[in-house]
Design a protein around this ligand. Structure first.
Ligand SMILES: Cc1cc2nc3c(=O)[nH]c(=O)nc-3n(C[C@H](O)[C@H](O)[C@H](O)COP(=O)(O)OP(=O)(O)OC[C@H]3O[C@@H](n4cnc5c(N)ncnc54)[C@H](O)[C@@H]3O)c2cc1C
Length: 502
């Protein structure tokens, strides 16, 4: 390890998984001293994409063999004691409608899982898919038919009424990967932050919102980045600045004196949660995660707090701040330029975390299809969680083309969390010029392949009729809409029925 005097001073903006993993790998590699800055007053930031009760951890479940291999490596890292048991290997069922584009993705993904030596089970029929769940979920005595279950969404369910039962998965194909699962997401980020400060002596500063870069004119018309400026006016200097600001990145770069980014967009994605009793949670505790590549719907087994989360991996919604929020320069930039910026629980007016009513209806419909009895339950909360999307679904890990010493490590595209244990290693490889050419090409700033390679799941997030739309505040759900009896008959999924990618 280089002596502290020779360490490169690195400023990382953003304490989500990209920032945390990069800092960890810089200290593992040696030769760096890191300061992480985050605008949130407490960390992990309550509204960061990385802060959540759980995230799916696929193990090789990607159609792209390069990313599948990187993903298997991530899971090997997740199993290490340093992640303090935040990873739970429940198994994941990847399901899709027979003959759909999502099915082609699932088949390629299955091949990659097998190629990585994982004993996945291919399930070609409804009963083979249902066999991935404990036997009590398949009992004919508690399950009559999906249509009956869906029709029975009536207001009477009490919290203790949960009877395990499972959808039929008609016309679906799937595979079960027993080595995939889920992570306690927020706790894992907290573990990483603690290691950075306690184990390695790194600096992590909350309440530090960056509003711009400190630059000098460099050679060949390029600017040289010397650090960042906070909203307080304080300048934090470093040899390298890493932008890991997730869905806030477009708004940060839309601010005065910065160059707008056109290849990334912040999209709001819809999540809902149910509270189970300890007894109910015990009944659902041995279940796999299910991820439907046709609808984008996924649902987890219960957390240690007995909460079940479900969500839809979707094209998502954009949001343009109309009024400058005095607490956020990002909102001001969005109001001025029209770039999409996250509307979160920390945005004035967004405290309730309510999602579009259309998405709430879809969530309940899909929940009914997988766990009919849970579909009768009130949701306890919803959340709009923000992806930073690229058109091809690949991340952005590259130097800024016109500014020296400025690196982007962002654009998780809804699937980066699972790489928390190893993505930082690849980011350090990028900095040190040792990143594998295949990854370098995938994650570059300019000139990406808009035709997409066969491994991209980006197109599967919405069918050809589904366009990304702006949030309409008047169309957001209310607390009343979280009640199970709000929609006596499950709403037919309308024109926004989207074929989804994972
Ligand atoms: C609903 C949902 C479900 C998901 N499910 C999965 C899943 O199951 N599996 C999976 O692998 N991935 C999943 N993802 C994707 C994954 O969560 C993201 O790809 C990943 O967490 C992105 O990490 P990040 O570090 O880029 O961003 P974030 O975690 O959002 O972190 C960015 C940080 O930057 C800070 N910041 C922003 N602007 C500034 C500024 N100007 N100054 C200082 N700090 C700033 C923010 O406060 C924040 O803490 C999901 C995402 C969502 C939204």
């Amino acid at each position: 390890m280089a002596s502290p005097n020779q360490d490169k001073k690195v400023v990382i903006v953003g304490a989500g998984i990209f920032g945390v993993s990069t800092a960890l790998w810089m200290y593992k590699r040696g030769g760096y001293s890191v300061t992480i800055l985050d605008k949130a007053q407490i960390l992990p930031a309550p509204d960061a994409a990385s802060t959540d009760i759980n995230k799916i951890i696929r193990s090789g479940d990607y159609a792209d063999p390069t990313i599948a291999a990187l993903n298997v490596d991530a899971v090997n890292e997740w199993r290490k004691p340093e992640w303090e048991g935040t990873y739970h290997e429940s198994g994941v069922v990847m399901v899709a409608e027979a003959g759909s584009a999502g099915n082609a993705y699932v088949e390629s993904s299955y091949k990659n899982v097998c190629a990585n030596g994982i004993p996945a089970t291919h399930c070609k029929t409804s009963s083979e898919i249902r066999a991935a769940w404990p036997a009590k979920f398949r009992g004919e005595d508690v399950y009559s038919s999906l249509s009956h279950a869906v029709a029975s969404i009536v207001p009477s369910a009490k919290n203790s009424d949960v009877t395990p039962c499972l959808g039929e998965f008609n016309n679906k194909t799937a595979y079960l990967n027993p080595q995939s699962g889920w992570a306690e997401a927020g706790r894992a980020v907290a573990v990483g932050l603690r290691r950075i400060t306690h184990e390695y002596g790194g600096v992590v500063r909350a309440g530090c919102e960056v509003r711009g870069l400190v630059e000098e004119q460099g050679q060949g018309g390029k600017k040289t980045v010397k650090g960042v400026e906070l909203t307080t006016g304080e300048k934090v200097l470093g040899d390298i600045v890493i932008i890991a600001t997730g869905a806030w990145t477009p708004a940060l770069f839309a601010q005065d004196g910065m160059e707008q980014l056109t290849q990334v967009v912040a999209t709001g994605q819809s999540v809902a949660k149910l509270q189970l009793t300890p007894e109910e949670a015990e009944r659902y505790s041995k279940n796999p995660v299910i991820f439907d590549m046709k609808t984008g719907f996924y649902v987890f087994p219960p957390t240690p707090e007995n909460i079940i989360k479900c969500a839809i991996h979707d094209k998502g919604y954009t949001y343009q701040a109309h009024e400058a929020n005095p607490n956020s320069v990002n909102d001001e930039a969005s109001a001025k330029t029209g770039v999409s910026v996250p509307r979160t629980v920390l945005t004035p007016g967004g405290e309730g975390g309510f999602i579009p009513l259309e998405m709430l209806k879809r969530l309940r419909q899909h929940l009914c299809e997988v766990y009919p009895e849970l579909g009768k339950r009130d949701f306890i909360a919803t959340r709009l969680c923000w992806y930073l999307d690229t058109p091809d679904g690949d991340w952005l890990i590259d130097w800024h083309p016109k500014k020296e010493n400025l690196l982007f490590a962002t654009a998780g595209c809804g699937h980066a969390f699972k790489f928390l244990p190893n993505i930082g290693r690849e980011i350090v490889n990028k900095i040190e010029g040792t990143l594998a050419p295949a990854l370098e090409n995938k994650w570059r700033f300019d000139g990406r392949n808009s035709a997409r390679d066969a491994g991209s799941d980006s197109d599967l997030r919405g069918n050809e009729h589904a366009e990304r739309v702006a949030i309409k505040i008047e169309e957001l759900a209310t607390a009343h809409d979280l009640k199970a009896d709000r929609f006596a008959t499950p709403q037919k999924i309308g024109t926004h029925s989207r074929e989804s990618k994972l």
